[in-house]
Design a protein around this ligand. Structure first.
Ligand code: AP5
Length: 191
């Protein structure tokens, strides 16, 4: 299996780049944000539990995310690999993912970290708010999501750096240029 994580602050382009990377390497794209939004839309028990947290820009509890991860893996036993987008977001989630990978006799190959300034991500997300109307894309919630990213999620950069898995990418520029850079750096690790 070939497994990747895409990492970065809200609005850094994780979803946009994941779709392209998944297509290129024939990977299953796992976006925990998309999974949760679908649950909210369908008003499932999980959706009802999490919708307020998501609207406020807070992290959903680790145990719920880990359950989601287990069911995604159970239902996708025959894929050639995964790209995880928006997961893990805490050390607890990262350790749960490692355990699961070990059970599958696999591992995370690389973690692609998109580096984009706060100013740029705020501009992108406010633009998206006008087009898509995502409830967590307003200035107050975006700022909260950025603080949570810095405090709770960015420590994972060290976690993966010490495992020699981190690939840092400048995430500003055209979508195509950033994608090409990711592929160039991944290719160097593969070949
Ligand atoms: P999630 O959906 O993961 O939100 P996020 O991390 O805030 O990321 P976004 O989807 O906002 O941005 P992105 O980095 O994917 O960028 P995108 O490609 O979309 O999570 C939402 C919520 O769910 C969380 O707040 C939390 O409540 C909960 N949650 C999810 N996972 C969780 C977990 N593991 N643990 C706990 N809670 C969890 O691009 C953004 C915009 O920019 C788009 O409009 C795009 O078109 C545009 N864009 C992309 N690339 C470029 C570019 N190069 N130049 C200009 N614009 C660009």
């Amino acid at each position: 299996m070939f497994n990747l994580i895409i990492f970065g602050p809200p609005g850094s382009g994780k979803g946009t780049q994941s779709v392209k990377i998944a297509e290129k390497f024939k990977l299953k794209h796992v976006s925990t944000g998309d999974i949760l939004r679908e649950e909210v839309k369908n008003q499932t028990d999980l959706g009802l539990k999490v919708h307020r947290m998501m609207e406020r820009g807070e992290l959903v509890p680790d145990e719920l995310l880990i359950q989601i991860l287990y069911s995604v893996m159970k239902n996708n036993k025959h894929v050639s690999g995964f790209i995880f987008d928006g997961f893990p977001r805490t050390i607890i989630q990262a350790k749960a993912l490692d355990t699961l990978m070990q059970q599958l006799k696999s591992e995370i190959f690389r973690v692609i970290s998109l580096d984009v300034s706060d100013k740029e991500v705020i501009a992108r997300l406010l633009r998206r708010a006008e087009i898509e109307g995502r409830k967590d894309d307003n200035l107050e919630t975006i700022n909260k999501r950025l603080v949570i990213y810095k405090n709770q999620t960015s420590p994972l950069l060290d976690f993966y750096h010490t495992q020699n898995k981190l690939i840092k990418i400048k995430g500003k520029g055209s979508v195509e240029d950033i994608f090409n850079l990711i592929i160039l750096k991944l290719d160097k690790c593969i070949y």
